[in-house]
Design a protein around this ligand. Structure first.
Ligand SMILES: [Ca+2]
Ligand SMILES: [Ca+2]
Length: 224
């Protein structure tokens, strides 16, 4: 039983260590903190909004395809993240919803650029990863970024190819990586009784002095 508990503890520690949030944005501030581009040039672009329906506890990013007192607009609005470096097995998740239940089907896409340091926006720099229509409910969407391991990238949300709905809303954008430092995969083959690794993958050339979980000679060892 004790052995089992120790192993479970080791696995938990490894799982906790293996997931890293690289970038996240909840749009709860006063101003939109990302680059925004009004590519259609109509003066309407992404902003931060808060509505008094079911979403009144949080702000989110929004973009219109219909503007009250104005009418239908044809957006090509880009919401672009800061540059970040991505590790292994990257994954993007975000929440998306159309504001008006009767006019919720906003068209949007997720893009990525490796030309992250470009000073001027060019749509040609961006590769489409995902396209969909929003619905009247908040949906949590997941997009695989694993092809961009080791790259400096930006991700972008594009609201376009739609008119005369109402408002698309985006929130809780999170990029997570799952580094290949899973010690059980990488280190257990090193059959050297003098070499130890901790769960962060740090190497020790003698038995560590600090209590913790280590790998030595291909086995997990708890030092108390
Ligand atoms: Ca929010
Ligand atoms: Ca626009």
């Amino acid at each position: 039983m004790k052995k089992f508990l120790l192993l479970a503890a080791a696995m938990l520690a490894m799982n906790a260590q293996a997931q890293t949030v690289v970038m996240s944005e909840d749009f709860d501030g006063e101003e939109i903190p990302w680059m925004i581009v009004d590519a259609d040039g109509d003066g309407y672009n992404w902003g931060i909004g808060q509505w008094d329906s079911d979403d009144n506890t949080t702000k989110c990013a929004f973009s219109n395809s219909y503007v009250n007192q104005v009418g239908a607009v044809t957006p090509d609005n880009w919401l672009i993240s800061p540059e970040f470096a991505l590790g292994a097995n990257g994954k993007l998740t975000f929440d998306v919803k159309g504001q008006d239940p009767s006019w919720a089907a906003e068209h949007y896409g997720v893009y990525v650029t490796e030309n992250a340091e470009a000073e001027e926006f060019s749509a040609d720099d961006y590769t489409s990863l995902f396209e969909a229509e929003s619905t009247a409910e908040w949906e949590n969407i997941e997009v695989d970024l694993s092809a961009y391991e080791g790259k400096n990238i930006r991700i972008a949300f594009r609201h376009w190819n739609i008119t005369d709905m109402f408002i698309i809303k985006m929130d809780n954008i999170v990029v997570t990586e799952y580094p290949n430092t899973a010690i059980s995969d990488v280190r257990v083959n090193e059959q050297d009784s003098n070499v130890w690794f901790d769960l962060q993958g740090r190497r020790y050339n003698e038995r560590p002095q600090t209590a913790g979980i280590y790998v030595n000679n291909g086995k997990k060892v708890v030092i108390k």
